[in-house]
Design a protein around this ligand. Sequence first.
Ligand code: ZN
Length: 57
Amino acid sequence: MVNSVNNDEKTVECEVCMKEIPRSEAKVEEASDYVAHFCGLECYNKWKSGLNNNNND
Ligand SMILES: [Zn+2]
């Protein structure tokens, strides 16, 4: 038996762009009833402003 892989890191999907990212690198935001993951601040800000803004500019 060969076990060369010792990194079983889980991946998560970015809430905005659906990109797969390592859980350890994801930005995590706990919403009211679920946890959202983001690949970076850019997507996080997009998501955040989408929550608070119903109108288009
Ligand atoms: Zn993203």
